[in-house]
Design a protein around this ligand. Structure first.
Ligand code: COA
Length: 329
């Protein structure tokens, strides 16, 4: 038993912010951003929220799967930018969609590996027979965590949501490989906005504002990604007795076009097997993989019987890869 994807959906905020608009805020240029990252524009929330985007992406995925909301047993939302601590985003999605029979929880803090971990979690529930259907979502309003005065980070991130519906199926099960290295976590940090208890700890005033936004050692993260992602891909292939030739598409977290190109080169695989959409959305953290999946699905590029390899990497540091087969019918 495993969990097979039988529907996808996404929601992209209406407002598209191009590189020139970023260059109005910090000293940078369209040319520099394109060359170093591949990003041309990102979409930023106006009236949307992390919850509303998650719910709409989820609704579209259910529609694509042809599944009524009441048939969903599990809703998982991967996010580092939830609108509230309580209730969790997954419960809010349940309420909006009327998925009254679902168990709901968020995977917070897993950042850009979040969707891969959500897939692994849901797949394990489905494979063990606990649940039969799951809706997994990555939704992020990274614009709220971005320091729009820091050119080292604000050029990269964007907002959006993507979702997939999984159904228990008799297809072959592939086991994932995941890693964490907390000792290197300083490379990508964002302090909690709730670090005062109002009783024994002083309020936030003494802490510089920048700490509440994403801070990153860009070069360290870049080096980590181009070394660890090819390694974990090789590991997951070996674990499942697969070869690179068996994989039809590598769906990588969309952090930077140069990272994807470097991974393809290290693996000796052609770029045609590595779809890229970072140019349109920037890095949307946990949402990037399901947004890409939905784009491929919408374009008719996901065919029955394919093997997809998902790979995520990011804050923690965390990284991992999972193989899944597309539905065979
Ligand atoms: N615009 C113009 N110049 C910039 C700039 C910007 N936005 N940001 C940095 N620079 C400058 C630097 O000051 C430096 O100038 P100097 O040589 O005069 O000192 C020069 O460009 C090179 O800086 P560097 O930090 O080496 O650039 P880079 O090639 O490493 O690119 C990133 C920076 C952030 C794009 C890149 O490191 C990256 O993508 N890292 C991975 C980030 C990531 O994916 N994070 C999320 C993971 S989930």
């Amino acid at each position: 038993m495993t969990g097979s994807i039988c529907g996808t959906g996404s929601y992209i905020p209406h407002y598209a912010m191009d590189n020139n608009a970023v260059a109005d805020l910090v000293e940078t240029s369209d040319e520099w951003i394109r060359e170093r990252t591949g990003v041309i524009r990102r979409h930023i929330i106006t009236e949307e929220t992390t919850t509303s985007m998650a719910a709409e992406a989820g609704r579209r995925a259910l529609e694509d799967a042809g599944l009524p909301a009441e048939e969903i047993d599990l809703i998982l939302v991967a996010t580092i930018s939830s609108d509230a601590l309580l209730p969790c985003t997954a419960c809010e999605v349940q309420k909006t969609l009327g998925a009254v029979n679902a168990t709901c929880f968020d995977l917070g803090g897993a950042a850009c590996t979040g969707f891969v971990l959500a897939y692994n979690t849901a797949e394990a529930y489905l494979a063990s027979g606990v649940y039969k259907t799951a809706l997994i979502i990555g939704s992020e309003s990274l614009s709220a965590l971005t320091n729009w005065k820091d050119r080292g980070t604000c050029i990269l991130f964007g907002d959006g949501a993507g979702a997939a519906v999984l159904k228990a199926s008799e297809q072959r099960r592939y086991l994932p490989v995941t890693h964490s290295e907390g000792a290197k976590g300083e490379a990508l940090v964002c302090k909690s906005r709730y670090d005062s208890n109002g009783l024994t700890k002083k309020c936030n005033e003494c802490i510089p504002e920048e700490k509440y936004f994403i801070r990153m050692d860009g070069q360290a993260v870049f080096k980590f990604a181009v070394r660890k992602v090819p390694e974990v891909i090789e590991e997951v292939l070996e674990k499942n007795s697969l070869s690179k030739e068996d994989i039809d598409l590598y769906i990588l977290h969309q952090a930077n076009k140069r990272i994807v190109e470097a991974v393809a080169k290290r693996l000796g695989e052609p770029m045609e097997k590595f779809p890229v959409n970072v140019q349109e959305y920037g890095n949307t953290s946990s949402a990037s993989i399901p947004i890409l999946l939905d784009e491929l699905n919408g374009a008719g590029k996901l065919k029955p019987g394919q093997k997809l390899l998902l790979a995520g990497f990011g804050a923690g540091l965390t990284w991992g890869a999972s193989v899944l087969g597309t539905a065979e019918t």
